[in-house]
Design a protein around this ligand. Structure first.
Ligand code: URA
Length: 232
């Protein structure tokens, strides 16, 4: 692919703006030598304004989503894209969230521009566990774990029961819930089904990946070993 198109697809600007960046000498190799639009360097050699080029298509990243941010490219209020470099919202192929977290849910959110990978992660066949920590309005009654594990719990307006899920009680009003599917507002609706209300919700794990020490509001690229861990 031509360098101008590659940079435009990474969100550096329109093809016309990128062509101008070449004429201004802003695109160089690692040693600072100016590159021209028809040069064919290796990806890792290209720098823009002295910074290495963003990763090529096929990226997977993890964001520690704070509460109050929406998983959408256009919505009123704060968006998860506001926490990434502005270029990332203009990439082609598009960088999408892998599933969604509600605006008021915090925690581990994956994002990728690889459609096949996205489907593999969210596919029920992959059965990737997702772990949530919920802070509840009411003390737990004691029968919730059995109800959630039963495989017979039916949520309002659904036609198939939920898969068994594991509940671990952390305190009278805090619980860890592991799900093996992802339905709309699933955790909040599950606790509503047992007469409770989720005051705060945080996702700590997807598959074998956890947030580790990634601070809230920060993100990091995931490499091959992270991907192996995700599906482990
Ligand atoms: N379940 C919910 O209710 N909300 C989320 O954000 C994720 C799972």
């Amino acid at each position: 692919m031509k360098l101008v198109k590659s940079l435009a697809n990474l969100g550096y600007g329109s093809r016309r703006q990128v062509a101008l960046m070449f004429r201004e000498g802003r695109v160089t190799d690692a040693a600072g030598e100016v590159l021209y639009a028809d040069d064919t360097p290796q990806w890792h050699e290209v720098h823009v304004d002295g910074e290495p080029l963003d990763p090529p298509p096929g990226l997977l990243l993890m964001l520690h989503k704070p509460a109050g941010y929406t998983c959408s490219t256009k919505d009123r209020g704060r968006l998860v894209y506001d926490l990434l470099p502005p270029r990332f919202a203009h990439r082609s192929p598009t960088l999408s969230t892998v599933g969604r977290l509600d605006r008021e849910t915090s925690g581990l959110l994956l994002m990728t521009d690889d459609g096949q990978l996205l489907h593999r992660i969210i596919s029920p066949k992959s059965k990737l566990p997702k772990v949530y920590e919920a802070t509840l309005a009411e003390p737990l009654r004691g029968d919730e774990a059995a109800t959630f594990a039963s495989g017979t719990l039916m949520l309002d307006s659904e036609t198939t029961p939920l898969l068994p899920a594991e509940l671990e009680v952390l305190s009278p009003t805090r619980a860890r819930l592991t799900l093996h599917e992802g339905r709309y507002h699933q955790v909040r609706r599950m606790f509503a089904a047992v007469g409770n209300h989720v005051d705060a919700l945080h996702r700590s794990h997807v598959g074998g990946l956890s947030l580790g020490d990634l601070p809230e509001g920060e993100w990091r690229m995931l490499d091959e070993s992270d991907r192996t861990q995700l599906f482990a």
